[in-house]
Design a protein around this ligand. Structure first.
Ligand code: GLV
Ligand code: MN
Ligand code: MN
Length: 409
């Protein structure tokens, strides 16, 4: 599994580092490689209209409901090999361990095409297609080169009008996502695995300070309307708010000056703001506070402020029954079944709105993620696989499965 993650990390848009965004050419190579791994497993593979890779392994009864297992295949720029990818590779390893055995339910291993939101500034295009949230407005959204989501889909050889076919059907039992924790908690506790109970909500915004570009040599300081200086003042206000409000995390992850030359006072500063908190009201209040403070800073400096909300994802509780199965599956490996919240966003938070969903976290050495040094312990991956097999057995004899069958009969 680790070697497979490292192999997929070589499919990249940028030589020497791993960057694989929505429907970029290396995503196709990634699909091709995974298809080779799936071939001997007796699963049927398909790429849906937003580029999610979907491998169906039928149950004992072809009409049996299906459990979705997976995570995402896109990455942040200069990523590590395991964020997202490990969940897909682990799903395939579960099929491999079944050695052709058919369960009372089918398994669909899914590799979502987009979770990070890097290319279009909005995440969850992959899982969004399953829950039916990809609308016309989203399809028209453009990347930095002016390519729309719709055009990206067509360029990849897919048909945007088939997107409704990607939606969840009523024969789906639930979704399980294996993922690295991406933080220090499990390492600090000395535990390999945890069951995720809840995922923090997040809001992402684009904020633009608008001033006036002018000559850097001739314009006296007092006559400037410098957009980036206003942005700088606001950045420290954002950091202060993050420190002030307990549990809030506030990040300006990207900043871009326009026109962007050493001898031109910036006329525009474009920034992204990512705000997260486990309690929705706290997050939404912080959004308002920070927009207001940006407007005040802009007004003092003769600038104006524009903002647009790129994403507003409420915090989500995982399904308590499924969390219970994940906890029990961990306990049966002999490990303590720790339960925790996720500060990172996951496809699970999108699917949880429609189907029973839970996640299993793996310890992340050093708590390092979204970084090329991101790693995993081989023993933890082995434990996760063992817990995964336990989980399949638990679900096979679960009331959730019986309930599904009764409903469908
Ligand atoms: C996804 O990795 C996130 O930003 O939480
Ligand atoms: Mn990530
Ligand atoms: Mn991830």
């Amino acid at each position: 599994m680790i070697a497979r993650c490292q192999r997929l990390a070589t499919f990249t848009e940028e030589p020497g580092r791993t960057t694989r965004t929505f429907l970029s050419p290396p995503m196709r190579d990634c699909h091709r490689e995974i298809a080779e791994w799936i071939r001997p497993l007796g699963a049927e593979i398909k790429i849906d209209a937003v580029g999610n890779l979907r491998a169906r392994y039928a149950g004992a009864d072809p009409m049996a409901p299906r459990l979705l297992v997976g995570s995402h295949l896109d990455t942040v720029p200069d990523a590590g090999p395991f964020d997202g990818v490990l969940g897909v590779v682990l799903g395939l390893a579960l099929l491999e361990l079944l050695q052709g055995e058919r369960l009372p339910f089918g398994i669909e291993v899914i590799g979502f095409s987009e979770e990070e939101g890097v290319r279009f500034g909005m995440p969850f295009i992959g899982s969004g297609a399953l829950v039916g949230t990809i609308d016309e407005e989203m399809l028209e959204k453009q990347d930095r080169r002016g390519v729309s989501v719709r055009a990206a889909i067509e360029d990849f050889g897919l048909n945007p009008s088939d997107i409704p076919d990607a939606r969840l059907t009523d024969d789906i039992l639930g979704y399980i996502e294996f993922h690295i924790e991406q933080g220090p908690v499990l390492e600090e506790l000395g535990l390999p695995l945890a069951a995720v109970e809840t995922i923090a909500g997040q809001t992402r915004l684009e904020v633009i300070f608008v001033g006036r570009a002018n000559h850097a040599g001739t314009t006296p300081m007092r006559l400037r309307r410098d957009a980036i200086a206003g942005a700088a003042e606001w950045i420290t206000a954002v950091e202060r708010e993050g420190n002030r409000v307990s549990g809030l995390v506030a990040t300006i992850g990207a900043i871009h000056a326009k026109p962007g030359a050493a001898n031109v006072i910036p006329g525009e500063a474009h920034l992204t703001l990512d705000l997260r908190h486990a309690v929705n009201e706290v997050r939404l209040t912080a959004v308002d506070t920070l927009i207001r403070s940006g407007e005040e800073i802009a007004a003092h400096r003769g600038l104006s402020l524009r903002h647009s909300i790129l994403m507003n994802q409420p915090s989500v509780l995982m399904n308590s029954q499924f969390v219970g199965y994940v906890g029990e599956a961990i306990r049966r490996t002999g490990c303590k079944p720790h339960r925790m919240a996720s500060g990172a966003g996951h496809d699970a938070m999108v699917l949880a709105e429609k189907i029973p969903t839970a996640m299993m976290f793996l310890r992340t050495p050093g708590g390092i993620s979204h970084h090329p040094e991101e790693t995993v312990n081989i023993e933890d991956v082995e434990k996760a696989l063992e817990a995964g097999m336990n989980l399949l057995k638990l679900i096979a004899s679960s009331p959730a499965l019986k309930q599904q069958r009764v409903q469908r009969a």
